[in-house]
Design a protein around this ligand. Structure first.
Ligand code: PPS
Length: 331
């Protein structure tokens, strides 16, 4: 993205960014719910005929599964572990989110996928699209897909907090309400179990690598090595160790080029200024301001949120949905 627009232009757009009054409207596209402000039907439709390249690397996941973490690993590998180079551009621009409308809404820039079209190969691209909505050409061209899955209990908690802080997502009435929606699949990106199973069933394809968040927590170096081999790179042990340090929770949280908060803070500043100017307190829905995108990054935070009854119901549900698939998680 940066190579197409240039970092100065991106900076200029961020500074000019004037948010529109925003009502959160959801729409359904081929059985999946999306907020209209970020995922337009026209973009989802355009992606059906979008042209992939065999050398593309897609980081695909359900929301809050560890995408940003894995995309940083992939981007670091694609850049040969050159951390100085990585730290010049935010991960958001190094690994564009193909189905998302650029957050510079109202500006004159093209859709993200059009920017991706102009990027040089090898491109690293993020997507949360379920299998039936990912551009079919990705499968046809056998572009690489690195998929990350996370135990659905922690993913549910992380997604709940994300809904309380993200301006484009509807604020849940309560944890209990969100829990019900998550487990029935009535949320952005749809039923998580269908998302998982589609990619899990492709895990033996040579162009697909299925990774688990919990394995990244257990042994990040082993995962970095697997992804490096999968992407067909050869990196020295020193370089691999550098990537592992760069991608630790602590490093990514304090690095403004890997922590999505740094972009959010700039946008929030603009929102505050605009609201003040217009003396308009309805400009944006009040959101939790203090929660970081890099919230906890742990396995097991669900224990602080699920009631005993919720846990029992969820276990039974997971067992039913994943039965016979061989897909299981550490909690
Ligand atoms: S998004 O918005 O859907 O792309 O979110 P995603 O990046 O998939 O998931 C965000 C959660 O991943 C955690 N995270 C990490 N955990 C451990 N180590 C590292 N380096 C790391 N980077 C991101 C992040 O903290 C979110 O999880 P929670 O549980 O909310 O903390």
């Amino acid at each position: 993205m940066e190579e197409v627009l240039g970092s100065e232009r991106i900076k200029e757009l961020l500074e000019q960014y004037v948010p529109k009054k925003r009502e959160i409207v959801m729409h359904e596209y081929k059985g999946v719910i999306f907020p209209l402000g970020v995922f337009k039907p026209s973009v989802l439709q355009a992606l059906e005929t979008w042209e992939a390249r065999p050398e593309d690397v897609f980081v695909v996941s359900y929301a809050k599964a560890g995408t940003t973490w894995l995309q940083e690993v992939v981007s670091a590998i694609a850049n040969g572990g050159d951390l100085e180079k990585l730290n010049k551009t935010h991960t958001y621009f190094r690994v564009p989110f193909i189905e998302a409308t650029s957050f510079f809404q109202g500006s004159d820039i093209p859709e993200t996928y059009e920017i991706v079209d102009k990027m040089k190969s090898p491109r690293t691209i993020k997507s949360h699209l379920p299998g039936h909505l990912l551009p079919p050409d990705v499968f046809k061209k056998k572009a690489r897909i690195v998929y990350v899955a996370r135990n659905p209990k922690d993913m549910c908690v992380s997604y709940y907090y994300y809904h309380t802080m993200h301006q484009a997502l509807p604020t849940p009435k309560s944890w209990n309400d969100f829990f019900e929606d998550f487990y029935t699949g009535k949320i952005t990106f749809g039923p998580w179990w269908e998302h998982y199973l589609f990619y899990w069933n492709l895990r033996h394809e040579p162009n697909v690598l299925f990774v688990k968040f919990e394995d990244m927590k257990k042994d990040l170096k082993a995962v970095v090595e697997r992804v490096t081999e999968f992407m067909n790179y050869t990196l020295t042990d020193d370089v691999i160790n550098g990537i592992v340090d760069h991608c630790s929770f602590e490093s990514m949280k304090k690095n403004p080029m890997t922590n999505p908060d740094s972009l959010r803070d700039r946008i929030r500043k603009q929102l505050d200024q605009q609201a003040k100017k217009e003396e308009d307190d309805t400009l944006v829905e009040p959101k939790q301001e203090k929660i970081s995108f890099m919230r906890k990054g742990k396995v097991g935070d669900w224990r602080n949120h699920f009631t005993v009854a919720q846990n029992e119901a969820f276990d039974a549900f997971v067992q039913e949905k994943l039965a016979g698939s061989g897909l299981a998680f550490d909690y």
